[in-house]
Write a protein that binds this ligand. Structure first.
Ligand SMILES: Nc1nc2c(ncn2[C@@H]2O[C@H](COP(=O)(O)OP(=O)(O)OP(=O)(O)O)[C@@H](O)[C@H]2O)c(=O)[nH]1
Length: 494
């Protein structure tokens, strides 16, 4: 049968009814006595019209049943739970998803069941954890929300169910006064949101408590956010720095800008300035946060300033220690250890280059008498004074003055032959004489004097460095023997 529009069907039924009535009237009016033939024909047409009308009615009923079935199938095919309540809030239709969401209510979902009764049963069966202990109150709120949906149909309701499942309920009132409810299982979404909220809280706790400064920058290097540690580090408050360029903090980016991208994944030590101008040494690590909607850089800043200060102090202390280990504590010239090292060094150099080197042994004359006359403290001062004078005479590059022991000094002259060494020795002798240091107890003109032994040679790979010192020492002994206050060269002493 062809598909007929409802209007056409109504017209057809009206026409058929009118025709049937007209023909019946005609049949009665004519009557079997007046015109039996015509009455029979009218009756026959009336019957035919009634059959046609019945056929149209049956077709209409069939179409309604088909539409209802299609609607039910459509509701069933929806990915959400759908329920339809009439104007008395009684269940008219629902799909299987409703039972999947509320399995404990399977036996109760029946046509004609009242919404309030269904909710009450669900609460009683433990299907609404949020209602536990406050059942009536919860029910009242639920019914109020359902009523509110009449005026504000867009506001959905998030409901927590058994086994930590979550549904979003959209309720819409129909024009006839019923309610269409759509429930979507959003458990995955809610759980994801809960996970996100937890990780955000963890991150927040870390950022707020870490001693490292944390700066969030946009791709241009402008500050978007900073944590309390960064505020304390730079001496700025967060709202003062927000929007500022990172150049404000990191001096290294002044002029020659480094791209943030180049720092991603690594770390770099750099200097920055606090608000009060104090210089900071920082370790900057950069991470890139790139999603479909955001592109940021997160800078983790470790303050190395204190460590740096300690390192510098340690370096200075080590340098001091190293210096002390080769310096004579009383006079400030090189000590015996330094002299021994230097002697080996210069000896090897002399072997390599074939240059002559010289050694001058210096001894203060009658120093015991000096000590006895002026005391040990004055004797110390005298040693200091002699060291100063010797240093002034042999302080050029390649010349070194060391304390050999007691009141004895030694001068080592690199790239120097015997005649050159004799000149230096003479300068020392003259310097002491000109200083005219009083030595009442000395039999030598009551002035402090020195005896010097000089030796020079080109180092021999087969020889030993100490031989040079021994020769100078022998010359010194000769000077002492010859009456002191003089210079003797190893050539003369030999
Ligand atoms: N004040 C002082 N005296 C020292 C120091 N080291 C050694 N002496 C003294 O130097 C003196 C050296 O005496 P001697 O070895 O007899 O030599 P000298 O008296 O100088 O006689 P000659 O060397 O033969 O001229 C000793 O009295 C030591 O105590 C020191 O660091 N300070």
């Amino acid at each position: 049968m062809p598909r007929l529009t409802p209007f056409f069907k109504r017209c057809l039924l009206g026409l058929a009814a009118l025709m049937a009535l007209g023909l019946l009237g005609a049949a009665f009016w004519l009557g079997p006595a007046r015109a039996p033939g015509l009455a029979s024909i009218a009756l026959g047409f009336a019957g035919l019209t009634l059959v046609l009308g019945a056929l149209v009615l049956r077709h209409a009923w069939q179409e309604t049943a088909d539409a209802k079935r299609t609607l039910e199938e459509a509701i069933e095919a929806l990915p959400a739970s759908v329920e339809i309540f009439d104007e008395n809030d009684r269940l008219v239709a629902f799909n299987r998803h409703l039972v999947e969401i509320y399995p404990h209510m399977e036996a109760d979902f029946k046509r004609g069941a009242r919404f309030e009764d269904l909710v009450r049963t669900s609460i009683a069966l433990g299907g609404v954890p949020a209602a536990k202990g406050c059942e009536e109150e919860w029910l009242a709120q639920r019914m109020a929300a359902r009523a509110k949906a009449r005026f504000n149909p867009t506001e959905p309701l998030l409901q927590n169910l058994h086994e930590d499942r979550w549904v979003r309920v959209h309720e819409r009132h129909t024009r006839a006064g019923g309610v269409i409810g759509v429930r979507m299982d959003v458990s995955d979404l809610v759980h994801e949101q809960q996970r996100l909220a937890a990780s955000k809280a963890h991150l927040q706790a870390f950022v707020l408590t870490t001693p490292n400064g944390v700066l969030t920058l946009d791709t241009e290097g402008h500050v978007l956010a900073l944590n309390p540690a960064a505020e304390a580090l730079f001496g700025f408050e967060a709202n003062e720095l927000k929007g500022s360029h990172i150049d404000l903090l990191f001096g290294i980016w002044m002029g020659a800008r480094l791209s943030l991208e180049s720092l991603v994944g690594g770390s770099q030590e750099l200097t920055a300035r606090r608000r009060d101008g104090q210089e900071l040494t920082l370790l900057l690590s950069v991470a890139e946060v790139k999603t479909s909607t955001t592109h940021r850089f997160v800078c983790i800043i470790t303050d190395l300033s204190e460590r740096k200060r300690q390192e510098v102090a340690l370096q200075e202390a080590n340098a001091q220690l190293a210096k002390q280990s080769v310096t004579d504590g009383l006079t400030g010239v090189g000590n015996r250890r330094y002299f021994d090292q230097l002697l080996q060094q210069e000896w090897q150099r002399s072997v390599r280059h074939g240059h002559s080197m010289a050694c001058i042994m210096v001894d203060i004359d009658h120093f015991k008498l000096y000590n006895d006359r002026y005391g040990h403290v004055a004797g110390d001062d005298c040693l200091i004074r002699v060291a100063e004078l010797l240093r002034a005479c042999a302080g050029r590059s390649g010349e070194a003055v060391c304390r050999y022991g007691g009141e004895e000094f030694v001068l080592l002259l690199a790239d120097c032959d015997l005649s050159g060494a004799m000149v230096v020795a003479q300068r020392c002798l003259d310097s002491i004489r000109l200083a005219a240091i009083e030595h009442d107890a000395s039999p030598l003109r009551r002035r402090l004097s020195l005896s010097l032994g000089v030796a020079a040679s080109v180092a021999d790979a087969q020889g030993v460095a100490v031989s040079l010192v021994e020769r100078a020492d022998a010359a010194l002994y000769a000077a002492k023997q010859a009456g002191r206050a003089r210079i003797v060269s190893s050539e003369l002493a030999a």
